[in-house]
Ligand binder design. Structure first.
Ligand code: UDP
Ligand code: MG
Length: 314
């Protein structure tokens, strides 16, 4: 019998865990041909989440859990989960029921047809602000232009991954992770299922604009070096103009002499160039910072407990 792991990154979700469990069980019962593992990754919750998970595990041995040593963020929680997942396929789903578990049966059907990465694409985004929808759509346009891999728009992490996708993702050990880009990057047979995304069931989102901005920069810097290319092209362009301008000034001075003038143009050029230089340095800095972080080669996460056993982190 094939095993399917349902991987649930969980951070302070005490209000929804019982609902989630209640919605997952019927789905599991609809697919009696498979063994299921309900795998919670407790990402440093400070509420009762882990207690609830442990209670659920006592009554249902399909539940297993991994407790990280602190909050590492959803991206890291996911790779931790993939490292420990036992299934022949892994389904990643948010704990807050924004991803309807009822889609899982359909995902499994496509998996049996031979697809490796079946992802849910949102048709609508209930309960998200107009600003969030606009900024996110503009951002994806930009990201797609800059990086040459086809990033899937309007998809989250809700998807079924075949074992070979999981193994591929496990080999990508970068510390600063942009998992959404990685799903595209690894390739394999992809299939999309459109769905309506529900508003969060209870609790509140952990993504404020600062974290979203971080993730956005991550997406660009971890998948493309185009910004570096743009700043060199721009530098080339500006110095080209400056060179022509210089010849013109020298010629003019030689022929007509120079009375001291030109303060406005001087200021404009200095300020403009200063701005461009700072911007380019910032871009270089973003990449350099990432090089710095990756060269430390730290482990991505530490495990506190796996299914009740303390991990030694050999
Ligand atoms: N999550 C996590 N670690 C974090 C933040 C979030 O494991 O540091 C989990 C969270 O419990 C949820 C999922 O990631 O299951 C999505 O989080 P959230 O609903 O806050 O994000 P949104 O849906 O608003 O993008
Ligand atoms: Mg959510």
């Amino acid at each position: 019998m094939k095993t399917i792991t349902i991987l649930i990154p969980t951070c302070n979700e005490e209000d929804v865990l019982h609902h989630l469990y209640g919605r997952l069980i019927p789905v599991i019962n609809q697919n009696p041909g498979y063994l299921f593992e309900l795998f919670f990754i407790n990402d440093g919750s400070t509420d009762q989440s882990i207690k609830i998970i442990k209670e659920l595990r006592e009554s249902d041995n399909r539940i297993s859990y991994l407790e990280l040593s602190r909050n590492f963020g959803k991206e890291t929680a996911m790779i931790a989960g993939l490292d420990y997942a036992r299934g022949d396929a892994v389904i990643i789903i948010d704990a807050d029921l924004q991803d309807p578990p009822e889609l899982i049966s359909e995902m499994i059907r496509y998996w049996e047809e031979g697809y490796d990465d079946i992802f849910a694409k949102r048709k609508s985004r209930e309960g998200e602000s107009w600003l969030k929808i606009c900024t996110s759509s503009a951002y994806y346009k930009l990201l797609k232009k800059l990086s040459r891999i086809p990033i899937q728009e309007d998809t989250g992490d809700f998807r079924l991954l075949d074992r070979r996708c999981v193994e591929a993702l496990k080999q990508m050990r970068e510390a600063q992770r942009y998992t959404k880009g990685m799903f595209s990057w690894i390739g394999y047979n992809k299939k999309e299922i459109p769905f309506d995304r529900d508003p969060r069931m209870a609790g509140k989102t952990k993504w404020n604009y600062r974290r979203l901005f971080d993730l956005a920069i991550e997406g660009i810097t971890s998948f493309t070096t185009t910004p570096l290319r743009i700043s060199s092209l721009f530098g080339l362009l500006v110095s080209g103009f400056a060179f022509i301008y210089m010849i013109w000034i020298i010629g003019k001075t030689l022929i007509f002499g120079e009375s001291v003038m030109g303060y406005p143009s001087l200021m404009t050029v200095i300020l403009f160039m200063g701005g461009i230089q700072l911007l380019s340095m910032g871009i270089i800095g973003e990449y350099l910072g990432r090089v710095f972080n990756e060269t430390k080669k730290r482990p991505l996460y530490f495990i506190d407990e796996y299914n009740g056993e303390k991990e030694r982190n050999r």
